[in-house]
Design a protein around this ligand. Structure first.
Ligand code: GLC
Length: 754
């Protein structure tokens, strides 16, 4: 064989061997640095540029040039809203035609499931079941990674104390401790055994930060708060996310204390990257870089790009400010090359960790996509999560007839032979999916309505009557007569009201959060027939329904429960599942009461009771307490708490305090209970809340059984941010409270010494 031919064979072999050896020896960060050295400034800027596909948009779309050509020129580093093994492969193939063959990142809003839609996050939070929440995210990651996606823009970890803000549906409610636990569970679920596994996706802690505190609950509105409140209430779930190894952060649309989060170096550099040592990257929210012009913080996109890049926003989603202006900003000395290099390094690091340089198509596997498409185990897990998310708000025995108090209406008695189903959600299908969910052609075939499910459960000797009665939001009462007629024929009435799936979510803030339309008028009309009434309320946020809450004996809050939601509701209605959900948010009596939350400060003139309004901090027209409290949720069991105790009433220093309580299930139903631990610091160097959730345990107790629950308390759980922003605990008097709701606890007093 001639020398030349030999060279042709040997040379590539040497090249591959050398490359492989070098690569094999190089750490990921060394590989990143080697690649970075080869990149032009234009190519670096391209990695910091993310576009939405033209297939679907989740924000205001800008139509511009040929994106495929931009990919070829290395001007796009990532897409969102591109899903499907085939679609992502097609764009990845184009990316590999670019000079340096840097693969694209595909991100997607998988907020509560992909093909299998799970309960909305606020509903899942009501389960207080971290394992179930983690499994929900795990399944979502398995399904969407099989569809070619590397990255989900979830979990949303914004604390939400204001139900006028439609995005409370995406979060974990009002509490910092519960929100931190849930953030951790979701990130573990999404990222699984680590990014790079083909069933794992990068998670995103969003929206950084304090987006849920928008003034007036109006989406995208300003946020202004003390740094103490920011660190005490709003940042801990983000810190928990960083500690859980979340791969990315997304900043928020709001300005915080006068500086838009996207241009906020205090948030993104001082806290996130320097103090918390976060080594992932920050993606802007949709167009938020350019929106700093609207904020009046940047005079044009050139300045917006400068402010955002220097403040630590690494990737620009959809504003085009980076791709258009970063190179010039570097040339003008307004943005240092080191700032660009740091951002690009963080982005490339994740692409290497995902394994995209080894195999850019590793997530584009149509066979595994098909395999995950109708996964029965996923649907079963979804139904389980849905059942655990339902909250039994009320289940009072019917008014005693002839002195004998009738049993509570729920679960529906086996003696019932005819049921009337009334309300605009009874035959709903898509509304079970909630906001931030995906529509599939076969949805109506695979998602049963509550009507379908109950009809299937009835025996031949049982009858079902139905009337819609009214629409979700219109004012017509024309359907009332038919609904009343249907009611009169039945032994019991099940009414299903609330919101349609587009009424709560992003850009869905409302000044009026009462049950929409004439729904409560219909409840009153049906209640007036004297028939026993059960009301279900499906919504993405806490709603106001005071008359119903006061007059209807049985109420279930069913949120939006996902693909198998109707089946889960029926399981609870008929006693196949004993409800165990607890509210993750306080339910206000009126919009005028908002924000109402359980961990409030005492004030100098605390109201002594519900009706105290003499020179105290109270309203003249309503009690201070919410209609339903944080942590509230009933069961078919009757859990009785007794004998709260501590191993010592005078712990000192770093000694562990053990608090215990007995819970008896005084009923014939086995059931689960979320036992909650609250602590009050009676006197502090700053005022302290009347109680704070510091622990919880969801336990199963058999009918008639008594269990003892123990909580170990350390000084870590006493810490707070003082007026110097130091995270400290202070010795003194505390109240340890344990119960089944924030407004129903047993208390023991202790003195914690230095
Ligand atoms: C939206 C949302 C954000 C989402 C992003 C991409 O405006 O604020 O949560 O991840 O844009 O869809």
């Amino acid at each position: 064989m001639c020398t030349l031919a030999l060279k042709k064979i040997v040379a590539p072999v040497i090249f591959i061997a050398v490359t492989f050896t070098v690569n094999a020896q190089k750490s990921t960060s060394q590989k990143v640095d080697s690649l970075l050295q080869l990149m032009t400034l234009a190519e670096k800027t391209g990695q910091m540029n993310q576009y939405s596909s033209d297939f679907t948009a989740t924000g205001p779309v800008t139509k511009d040039g040929d994106k495929q050509n931009q990919i070829r020129k290395g001007m796009i580093g990532s897409f969102l809203n591109v899903t499907g093994a085939a679609k992502t492969k097609s764009l990845q193939e184009i990316a590999l035609q670019s000079r340096l063959k840097i693969p694209l990142l595909f991100g997607q809003d998988v907020i509560h499931g992909y093909r299998t839609v799970f309960p909305i996050p606020l509903a899942e939070a009501a389960s207080w079941d971290m394992a179930a929440i983690e499994r929900s995210a795990r399944i979502a990651a398995t399904e969407v990674s099989a569809a070619g996606v590397h990255w989900t823009f979830a979990p949303m970890v914004d604390i939400g104390r204001d139900p006028r803000w439609g995005r409370v549906m995406e979060g974990a409610g009002e509490d910092t401790y519960l929100g931190s636990m849930i953030a951790t569970a979701r990130i573990k679920g999404f990222q699984g055994k680590g990014i790079g596994n083909t069933d794992a996706v990068m998670a995103t802690a969003k929206h950084f930060a304090a987006y849920g505190a928008a003034v007036g609950g109006r989406d995208y509105n300003s946020v202004d708060m003390s740094l103490r409140q920011l660190h005490e209430i709003y940042l801990p779930p983000f810190k928990a996310a960083a500690d859980a190894g979340v791969a990315t952060f997304m900043n928020s649309f709001n300005d915080l204390n006068g500086i838009p989060a996207t241009g906020n170096a205090y948030l993104q550099r001082d806290i996130l990257k320097n103090q918390w040592k976060f080594n992932g990257f920050v993606v802007s929210d949709w167009g938020s870089v350019g929106e700093m012009i609207n904020h009046g913080y940047a005079k044009d996109n050139y300045e917006a790009a400068m402010l955002a890049a220097n403040a630590g926003s690494d990737m620009d989603m959809e504003s085009r400010a980076y791709i258009k202006h970063l190179p010039q900003l570097v040339k003008d000395g307004k943005v240092k090359m080191s700032v660009v290099d740091d951002a690009v390094r963080r982005i490339l690091q994740k692409k290497f960790e995902l394994g995209l340089f080894d195999d850019p198509y590793k997530f584009c596997n149509e066979a595994s996509e098909k395999q995950q498409w109708n996964n029965a185990a996923h649907l079963e897990a979804e139904k389980d999560m849905a059942r655990k998310s339902i909250v039994l708000l009320k289940n009072s025995p019917l008014t005693p007839k002839g002195g004998k108090t009738a049993a509570a209406l729920l679960p529906v008695s086996k003696e019932i032979k005819s049921i009337a189903l009334i309300g605009p959600l009874i035959k709903s299908v898509k509304d079970h999916l909630g906001f931030w969910s995906y529509d599939w052609e076969d949805d109506t075939a695979r998602i049963p309505s509550l009507y379908d499910v109950i009809k299937k459960r009835l025996n031949s000797d049982e009858s079902l009557f139905y009337a819609k009665g009214c629409e979700v939001a219109d004012t017509s009462t024309a359907g009332f007569a038919e609904a009343i007629e249907a009611t009169k024929k039945a032994d019991v009435v099940i009414m299903y009201f609330g919101e349609d799936r587009m009424m709560t979510g992003e850009a869905k803030s409302k000044s009026n959060i009462h049950l929409p339309g004439v729904q409560e008028d219909l409840i009153k009309a049906i209640h007036a027939t004297g028939k026993p009434v059960i009301v279900l309320i499906g919504a993405g946020r806490p709603l106001i329904f005071n008359w119903t809450a006061d007059n209807v004996p049985a109420i279930l809050y069913t949120w939006w429960l996902g693909t198998k939601g109707a089946e889960a509701i029926a399981d609870v209605l008929f006693g196949d599942y004993n409800p165990s959900g607890k509210l993750p948010m306080s339910f206000p009596r009126s919009e005028g009461q908002i924000p109402v939350y359980y961990n409030y400060y005492s004030t100098g003139r605390p109201a002594a009771n519900e009706n105290d309004n003499n020179y105290v901090s109270a309203y003249l027209d309503i009690p201070n307490s919410p209609k339903f409290s944080f942590g509230h949720g009933l069961s078919y069991s009757n859990f009785q708490y007794s004998n709260v105790s501590v191993n010592t009433t005078v712990p000192s220093g770093n000694q562990n305090l053990i608090a215990s309580i007995n819970i008896t299930n005084n009923s014939t139903f086995n059931g689960e209970e979320v036992v909650q631990l609250y602590i009050r610091d009676m006197v502090g160097s700053v005022v302290r809340p009347v109680k704070e959730l510091k622990g919880f345990q969801k336990i199963f107790i058999k009918a008639g059984e008594t269990k003892t629950v123990n909580f170990t308390i350390t000084t870590a759980q006493l810490k707070f941010y003082n007026d110097k922003l130091q995270h400290i605990w202070e010795p003194g008097d505390f109240e340890i409270m344990i119960g089944g709701s924030s407004n129903n606890v047993k208390t023991v007093k202790i003195k914690w010494n230095k």
